[in-house]
Ligand binder design. Structure first.
Ligand SMILES: NC(=O)c1ccc[n+]([C@@H]2O[C@H](COP(=O)([O-])OP(=O)(O)OC[C@H]3O[C@@H](n4cnc5c(N)ncnc54)[C@H](O)[C@@H]3O)[C@@H](O)[C@H]2O)c1
Length: 382
């Protein structure tokens, strides 16, 4: 595939994940969103602890991301379907299969992915505090949600966290058209001193996902031509034409390589499914995750690390921006700022999602307790 010329890049449609007026959203008070998600998960059979962890995950996703990225409460429909058909087993008995001082393997026994990943990262943190660096694999799991949520768990405990998962095949090997690998996201979180937001790099290994493509299609907007291919392998800016084609990796063949290695570190290494088999059987997704925790003090005194990190960050943020209205940002900065804003202005949701949530609540006999946010906010405010 040839690279685009500078002219072509400049002609690309401007894409922003900021909410805009083309597809309206409704906003709800965060505590009511959290409470509602917990009620739904409880009604589906999750224990109180599981419902709390999983609701925290989907609410965090709704606070961080654009509703079109489809990681927030939108995921409850899939969880509901699969908790009912046995693909996700609520309150599953998860078991430790292998244990060494710096490595362990958890069998999630088809339990909730958010819960399995939480247990794995907590175990990695506990081990890393003793031995310096620890890695925990998880097999026979389910969708673990947003990778940054799990990595940040380690950063909140003062360690560096890395989390990754395999996922359903949506990316073709570089130069091919048939999807074999997943979006296989990575979360990497680094704690900062003085109560500053952690650095949280949280990214799929594809340029974008089908959710955002659907959102642009509804908004009548074109997509950048490096997001996805038509099923025949042609570049396109028409989200519709690429809906059945493969997603393109970040960094061309390098992103494909990262996705392949991620599947090796997750699916292959833990004994779960890998490649095109993951996420295929609705009753047995058999997803794998890998959590890594790094204790900074295994390498140097914490204050020294913090001082060195802040020097690097100052250099990075001090780089002159191309556009003075767009200052340099750190990974995870926009999401964490957006979350604080949404805690006040309300959690934005696609009205179609709200209709479906109402129907799900009715079906489960759960009160539809989402409370509209009081103050309408300008759409550009995120
Ligand atoms: N569980 C799964 O199967 C699965 C699959 C795919 C994605 N996801 C999740 O979906 C979410 C969205 O992923 P995505 O790849 O679409 O995210 P994205 O492309 O919107 O952002 C990726 C990263 O880039 C950073 N970033 C964006 N703009 C920046 C800028 N101007 N300067 C500095 N950093 C910047 C963000 O802070 C973020 O850390 C993530 O939480 C991911 O883990 C989950």
């Amino acid at each position: 595939m040839r690279s685009r010329t500078r002219e072509e890049v400049e002609q690309e449609p401007p894409i922003t994940y900021q909410l805009d007026e083309r597809v309206a959203v409704e906003r709800f008070r965060e505590p009511s969103v959290r409470g509602f998600a917990e009620d739904v998960l409880r009604a589906l059979g999750a224990s109180a602890e599981e419902a709390r962890i999983n609701a925290d995950g989907v609410v965090t996703a709704s606070l961080w991301w654009h509703p079109g990225q489809h990681q927030g409460l939108e995921k409850l429909f899939r969880y509901a379907r699969r908790m009912r058909n046995g693909g996700i087993v609520p309150d599953a008995r998860m078991t430790w299969v292998r244990e060494r001082p710096a490595a362990a393997l958890l069998d999630a026994n088809r339990g909730l992915g958010y819960v399995a990943a939480r247990r794995a990262m907590d175990r990695a943190v506990e081990m890393a505090r003793r031995v310096g660096v620890a890695m925990v694999g998880v097999r026979h799991s389910n969708h673990f949600g947003i990778a940054g949520f799990h990595a940040k768990r380690a950063a909140d405990a003062g360690l560096i966290g890395i989390s990754m998962t395999n996922a359903g095949a949506e990316m073709a090997p570089w130069g091919a058209t048939r999807p074999i690998l997943g979006t296989n996201p990575w979360g990497m979180a680094v704690p900062r001193a003085g109560g500053r937001d952690a650095i949280v790099l949280d990214m799929a290994l594809t340029q974008s996902g089908k959710g955002m493509m659907r959102w642009l299609r509804r908004a009548g907007l074109p997509m950048p031509d490096h997001w996805a291919l038509t099923p025949a392998g042609a570049r396109t800016t028409d989200p519709d034409a690429a809906m059945k084609g493969p997603l393109l990796p970040i960094g061309d063949y390098k992103g494909y390589g990262l996705s392949l290695i991620t599947d090796i570190l997750t699916g292959v290494l833990t004994g779960s499914l890998f490649g095109a088999q993951v996420f295929q059987d609705d009753e047995n997704y058999d997803v794998a995750h890998t959590m890594i925790a790094i204790d900074i003090e295994a390498f140097m005194e914490r204050v020294e690390f913090e001082e060195r990190l802040e020097r690097l960050i100052a250099d990075v943020l001090g780089a002159p921006p191309i556009d003075p209205d767009k200052p340099v940002q750190l990974p995870g900065q926009a999401e964490q700022e957006r979350a604080r804003h949404r805690l006040k202005s309300g959690v934005p949701m696609d009205p179609k999602t709200v209709v479906r949530l109402r129907a799900l609540a009715e079906d489960l006999g759960v009160p539809f307790s989402l409370e509209p946010a009081r103050e309408p906010t300008p759409p550009q405010a995120g």
